[in-house]
Design a protein around this ligand. Structure first.
Ligand code: NAI
Ligand code: MG
Length: 354
């Protein structure tokens, strides 16, 4: 078993170092190999996703990814910006299914943005389609408008696009995930105005007939945004397209206390996956030793479960995280009165010890 380790930029290197400590203490037979990605790769090799890094990622059974990006690259042409590395990895590895669990640990209920009774016991899973939709659809660009409200003015356009097979495969992923949980799928779209969403809904209904044991319902994205803060526990599995999923999953992260707690997995058809925290490179706190490493450590647990068939080891990591929280250790992002404030390394050490 081979794990490609891509720490990236900003807090990426700090938090991935803690996840590696945790993986090493498990004493399992896997090999880890690191490579540069993002801004650090651009600085060293002139490209955010060098050939050698992509090759390592393709050959590995799983990729453990930190985060990429820094304001200092904002002026670069788009293809050289650090964020292109993550888009390139998703595209080249065919990582079409993004799993973002939003779990509110009992010890962190008070850190949530919502009332305790709304989030206590929260355990939902957002499944976001990751390689289609308006982020990739062609054509896109800028031009001088020939029609519309302001002919002759500069305009920009993107294309929202989904094919039937793209929707079918993410539907299967969602129904199968729901089977292992509470057997409910909510498909989120905007079928009252969008053609892509009408196809999305049709395909969800069709594939749903193959899973009679799973209840399927549909919700418009604007209502879903509202229900996530009004009654988040009413969901089990949410399945949605790339853009709606991007926004709803960040919204859901705030239910759990901190984005520093949220892991994610992005899988392809072969169950090969890229595992990363849901947050970015947090340049505002990089190098200060205060970033929360738990999202990355929990991502490593998802990696063991989904891509490396080590469910027991994944369980051990998740319960270690819970016991560290129960012991009152908190990085600043989840700190509240009466708990003990620790830094990135102390948090990682505590998980290793647990
Ligand atoms: P961000 O997620 O990096 O930070 C948002 C806020 O959350 C900041 O205040 C940050 O300090 C805090 N935060 C994030 N992770 C934390 C952690 N583990 N512990 C404690 N606090 C944490 O998002 P932002 O600021 O919008 O983007 C920063 C850079 O990251 C940008 O260059 C962006 O493009 C990139 N980015 C990269 C992603 C990736 O690598 N997959 C995903 C999202 C953003
Ligand atoms: Mg996002």
């Amino acid at each position: 078993m081979k794990i490609a380790v891509l720490p990236g930029d900003g807090i990426g290197t700090e938090i991935v170092a803690e996840a590696i400590k945790v993986l090493e203490v498990l004493d399992l037979p896997f090999e880890m190999e690191s490579a540069l990605v993002g801004g650090t790769a651009f600085d060293a090799h002139g490209h955010p996703l060098p050939e050698a890094t992509l090759k390592l990622a393709k050959e590995a059974d799983a990729v453990l990814f930190g985060a990429v990006g820094d304001w200092k690259y904002d002026k670069l042409e788009r293809q050289f910006r650090p964020e292109q590395a993550i888009l390139g990895l998703r595209k080249n590895l065919g990582l079409f299914a993004n799993f973002r669990p939003a779990i509110c640990y009992e010890q962190l209920v008070s850190a949530s943005s919502l009332k305790p009774e709304l989030v206590s016991g929260l355990d939902i899973l957002i499944i976001r389609e990751l390689t289609g939709d308006i982020y990739f659809g062609q054509p896109r660009g800028r031009r001088i408008a020939v029609d519309g409200h302001f002919p002759g003015a500069e305009e920009a356009f993107d294309t929202m696009r989904y094919s039937r097979p793209e929707i079918e495969r993410i539907a299967h992923v969602a129904f199968q995930a729901a089977r292992k949980r509470n057997k409910r799928v909510t498909s989120v779209d905007k079928n009252n105005v969008l053609e892509t969403s009408q196809l999305w809904k049709d395909v969800m209904v069709e594939i749903g007939t193959q899973y009679p044991d799973v209840a399927l319902d549909h919700m418009l994205v604007d209502n879903a945004a509202m229900q996530l803060v009004k009654a988040p526990k009413s969901f089990d599995v949410i399945v949605t397209g790339n853009m709606f999923g991007d926004i709803l999953s960040d919204e859901a992260s705030m239910l759990t206390g901190s984005i520093g707690m949220l892991p994610s997995a992005s899988l392809n058809a072969q169950n090969q996956g890229l595992y990363e925290p849901s947050h970015g490179s947090a340049p505002d706190i990089a190098g200060k030793g205060v970033a929360n490493p738990l999202a990355t450590i929990l991502s490593a647990a998802m990696m063991l479960r989904f891509s490396l068939q080590q469910a027991d080891a994944a369980d051990r990591i998740e319960s270690a995280v819970q016991s560290v929280l129960a012991a009152g250790l908190r990085t600043p992002d989840i700190y509240s009165a009466g708990t003990t404030k620790v830094g990135t390394q102390q948090m990682g050490d505590a998980v290793v010890a647990a």
